[in-house]
Design a protein around this ligand. Structure first.
Ligand code: PDD
Length: 280
């Protein structure tokens, strides 16, 4: 695989980053994941805009290659021959060669890393046909979940808790209300209405979420942006999640409670089809 590090395209075995990089020492960095379908980048403009916002919110300077990021994404797709897969982009605050809680001087160069993940069959995965079984866990993350930081330890632990329970993923719950999935936005459907938490600092402003809600409204579906409790979710007709890495993923079980007949619901399936059609 060819990867990109600070202005250079290199074989992955030759790419290096300093051990003092604040991304490594302090999780001081932000990232984006963009999907590739049919060799095409999906929703790239949205990801770039959110990256810019994340950088701003953390007082990080834009990397010098910020304006070339589209070209860099395209080049990596090309040289690695990606038809279906993902591109991971990370920008960290870099380092001035030591460990310090205070940020290094503002002219410290951020570290920019990009790599591809080849995922043939992503659009028609077995998982999307079966749907996900999820557990609920308490949301103990920090208060700025709208910033897409690389601080992903708790979501990783959530995935492991789900696996240990024989499930696929976890939804996080705060004050009884679902915030989001470990790496996706959460939805329920009740009486034909699509319900998903309103945007705030409590959740990531998903790029796939924005697209799916737009498609849903265009298809005359009713969308309600509001919090819902985990108990309400268990009584819903269907549930699903959205993310750049799994598009629209049906949820068929929550904390052992089967959703509908235990197979992906009609609205989740339809939204997944619309999303893939519109993207290809
Ligand atoms: N995760 N919420 C969280 C906590 C996420 O990590 C993600 C994305 C989303 C969905 O956002 P989007 O639709 O823009 O992908 C919501 C990525 C895919 C990841 O960490 O791999």
């Amino acid at each position: 695989r060819t990867v990109y590090v600070n202005g250079e395209y290199l074989p992955e075995t030759e790419a290096t980053v300093s051990i003092f990089d604040r991304g490594f020492l302090m999780a001081d960095g932000v990232y984006e994941v963009t999907s590739v379908l049919g060799g095409k980048l999906i929703d790239f403009a949205g990801h770039l805009k959110r990256l810019e916002r994340s950088l701003n919110e953390l007082d990080m300077q834009k990397p010098a290659d910020f304006d070339n990021l589209l070209d860099i994404h395209r080049e990596l797709v090309r040289v690695n021959g990606i038809d279906e897969g993902l591109i991971y982009l990370q920008v960290t605050r870099g380092s001035d060669g030591d460990r310090d809680f205070a940020f290094p001087s503002a002219d410290t160069k951020p570290t920019v890393v990009l790599f591809t993940q080849n995922k043939p069959g992503l659009a028609h995965s077995e998982a999307s046909k079966k749907g996900n079984k999820i557990i609920s866990i308490e949301d103990i993350r920090w208060g700025r979940r709208d910033i897409k930081t690389v601080q992903l330890l708790y979501p990783s632990m959530g995935k492991m808790m789900a696996k240990a329970a024989g499930c696929d993923d976890a939804w996080m719950v705060e004050d009884g209300k679902v915030t989001e999935g470990t790496s996706n936005n959460a939805y329920i459907v009740k009486g034909g209405k699509i319900i998903t938490r309103q945007l705030s600092n409590d959740i990531l402003h998903g790029i796939t979420r924005a697209a799916v809600l737009r498609f849903a409204k265009e298809a005359q579906m009713v969308v309600e942006e509001r919090s819902f409790t985990i108990d309400e979710a268990k009584e819903a007709d269907e549930a699903f999640t959205t993310s750049a890495s799994a598009f629209v993923m049906p949820v068929v079980e929550i904390d052992g409670v089967q959703m509908g007949d235990g197979t992906p619901g009609p609205i989740a399936k339809r939204l997944r089809e619309i999303y893939l059609d519109e993207s290809l």
